[in-house]
Ligand binder design. Structure first.
Ligand SMILES: CC(C)(COP(=O)(O)OP(=O)(O)OC[C@H]1O[C@@H](n2cnc3c(N)ncnc32)[C@H](O)[C@@H]1OP(=O)(O)O)[C@@H](O)C(=O)NCCC(=O)NCCS
Length: 162
């Protein structure tokens, strides 16, 4: 992701998040060495974005968002393949994220990659208030995890450029 993508990213975020990040926040994210943000482009249109924060040996998935009109085409899956590959290359030993308890779709998505629920942060989210499910994908460096990511990547049929 580059600065020129911020407006399109924010348009998606405003459609899918209750509290989207502002321009200043995005500029900070893009300027920080411990962040890694990607965009998905289809037919020259920005259709999704996703990001990581590296904390010591952990990779935190901070955001995954897809244009609602493009859902269900594997765009988030493609971005996660990319992010987890990046985390493995970075040497991260595990990946983690929080997801709204009510949002079963992303939980299924993360589950396919091997993320498992390990805890609940009570009332972690606002607008509306919801618990946060903490999910972890441990053993990120294991060959089996690499094989699983490769299998998911091979099954993708779309032509999104990430
Ligand atoms: C959750 C979210 C990221 C999913 O994005 P997406 O691009 O629709 O996800 P994918 O297409 O990769 O996978 C979603 C579904 O499409 C299916 N799918 C994937 N590729 C497909 C393809 N080529 N053809 C048909 N279906 C496909 C998947 O099996 C999956 O099915 P499921 O929801 O029944 O489990 C998106 O809905 C979103 O931005 N939501 C709002 C923000 C949010 O909640 N983000 C997560 C924060 S933790």
């Amino acid at each position: 992701m580059a600065t020129r993508h911020i407006d399109a990213v924010r348009t998606i975020d405003e459609a899918v998040y209750a509290n989207p990040w502002g321009v200043a926040n995005w500029r900070n994210e893009l300027a920080s060495a411990d962040r890694h943000h990607i965009v998905a482009i289809e037919d020259d249109i920005l259709v999704g974005h996703a990001g990581l924060l590296f904390v010591l040996e952990e990779a935190h998935v901070t955001t995954v968002a897809v244009d609602p009109s493009r859902e269900g085409k594997g765009i988030a899956t493609a971005m996660l393949v990319d992010l987890l590959g990046e985390a493995r290359a970075h040497g991260s030993t595990g990946a983690t994220l929080e997801v709204r308890a009510a949002d079963k779709r992303p939980q299924r998505l993360y589950g396919r990659f091997g993320f498992r629920p390990v805890g609940v942060r009570k009332d972690y989210y606002s607008t509306p208030i919801d618990d946060g499910i903490v999910m972890w994908l441990t053993d990120l460096q294991d060959a089996e995890v690499g094989d699983r990511i490769s299998e998911i990547a091979a099954a993708l049929t779309h032509s999104t450029e990430v």
